[in-house]
Design a protein around this ligand. Structure first.
Ligand code: HGY
Ligand code: MN
Ligand code: MN
Length: 416
């Protein structure tokens, strides 16, 4: 006798159509998306998601960080809801699936349950977390971080972008600042479907990543201060070239990460050069180091070595330096019960699967601190993400959403 809902499958065509529709909002210049957090494009994407949720009979909640909570009632309104979701904001040269697959995969669960008239004991809440990417306003996972008590609301509101605009002001400007206290919601569990953003699943021909752990991360913002001067007439020995200092720090970050392979990564993706003029030696550079490891000791050692190295480079070059941690979370171990629900779902549905550590950070990494949490991953082409050429197949998306649905409804308990 099949267990309740054992053969349930989502509607992959409908999920794919929704992904295609959402991708039309905030198009990039090379086929991906530029729907950065609390921009007008983000507002448009939110409005479309809200419409779809209301069409599916969901009641929309909105908290003071603009996170959207679309609730499907359970038969027991007092039962703690099962949350499922991810983020709709993208990188400036982002893909169409990073985050979006997790939000629309959650919505597809609701649409499927509605089609079949299936009820669950626990309510189910589909969630769009504000500013997961942290590209416009650091740090990443900002709203889920406030929800988990890692950041104060007012601190989050004061985050500024490269043009000096404040997060809180921009959230208000686009009309998506809610009244609900952030973190007031209690969850039975949280599940997040996400593309792997790495090559393992595709290389191994595996459908589903059962995410057991997530890497920890430091974002270190460095300011090096030298002296602006003429690139033509300043003798080399007299230069205090902040740009050269940054180049040496870039090499240092790479070397330190390479010392801890395969459990470490490091790069510099954000750079501001002043005055950024072709014939002026950079007097100041501001850049952000991104280092990560699943191993706490490695992560902390890398940070210490890099900060020490920056001080040595600056002293040797007679340039000033400041280092500010602007993003951080420790390595994450997801909830065993939720991870088992994901693994059992993949098994039951006949999808190939393997345990995997998430290289990227996700809202689930913070929510894991306040509720039992797990993630489902699907492959992406060439493991490419944070690139407009990010691609997945409909089959991969469908498999991921099928597994997500089974993990969610098993936790939300189908009512006969
Ligand atoms: O940085 C990250 O890992 C995520 O994509 N925000
Ligand atoms: Mn993401
Ligand atoms: Mn991302």
């Amino acid at each position: 006798m099949a267990a309740p809902g054992e053969n349930l499958r989502i509607n992959g065509d409908r999920l794919w159509d929704s992904l295609v529709e959402m991708a039309k909002i905030g198009p990039g210049v090379a086929g991906g998306n530029n729907r950065q957090t609390v921009t007008d494009e983000d507002g448009e994407g939110r409005a479309l998601f809200k419409k779809w949720c209301e069409d599916a009979g969901l009641e929309m909640g909105l908290d003071k960080m603009g996170t959207m909570f679309a609730r499907r009632e359970g038969t027991d309104p007092d039962a703690l809801p099962v949350y499922v979701g991810s983020h709709l904001d993208t990188q400036p040269t982002g893909g169409k699936y990073d985050g979006v697959l997790g939000v629309l995969g959650g919505l597809e669960i609701i649409r499927t349950l509605n089609d079949l008239g299936i009820k669950t004991k626990h309510p189910i809440v589909v969630t769009n977390w504000t500013n997961e990417e942290g590209t416009r306003f650091a740090p990443a996972m900002l709203a889920s971080g406030v929800f988990a008590g890692m950041h104060e609301l007012d601190w989050a509101y004061e985050r500024t972008d490269a043009k000096g605009k404040k997060f809180g002001d921009e959230l208000e400007r686009i009309g998506w600042k809610g009244d609900e206290e952030v973190g007031s919601r209690k969850m039975k569990a949280f599940f997040e479907l996400h593309i792997e953003q790495g090559p393992i699943l595709e290389d191994e021909g595996i459908d589903i990543g059962v995410v057991t752990h997530g890497q920890g991360l430091w974002w270190l913002q460095v300011t090096l201060t030298g002296k602006e001067s003429h690139t033509g007439s300043t003798p080399m020995p007299k230069r205090r070239n902040a740009g050269l200092g940054m180049a040496r720090v870039t090499e240092l970050v790479h070397e330190v990460a390479m010392d801890y392979q395969p459990d470490a990564v490091g790069a510099i993706g954000h750079v501001e050069v002043y005055p950024n003029s072709r014939n002026v030696i950079p007097g100041k550079v501001v850049f952000t180091i991104d280092i990560r490891s699943p191993n706490q000791e490695v992560l902390d050692t890398m940070r210490a070595r890099i900060e020490q190295g920056i001080a040595q480079i600056a002293e040797a070059m007679d340039i000033g330096f400041e280092v500010e941690a602007v993003g951080h979370f420790d390595p994450v171990t997801f909830d065993e019960g939720c991870v088992k629900a994901v693994r059992d779902a993949a098994e039951r549905l006949g999808y190939s699967h393997r345990n995997i550590v998430s290289g990227a950070g996700h809202d689930a990494c913070w929510i894991n601190r306040v509720a039992p949490t797990a993630m489902v991953m699907c492959p992406c082409v060439d493991g490419l993400s944070h690139n407009e050429a990010e691609e997945i197949s409909k089959e991969w998306a469908t498999a991921g959403a099928d597994v997500l649905m089974h993990a969610v409804i098993e936790t939300a308990e189908i009512v006969e």
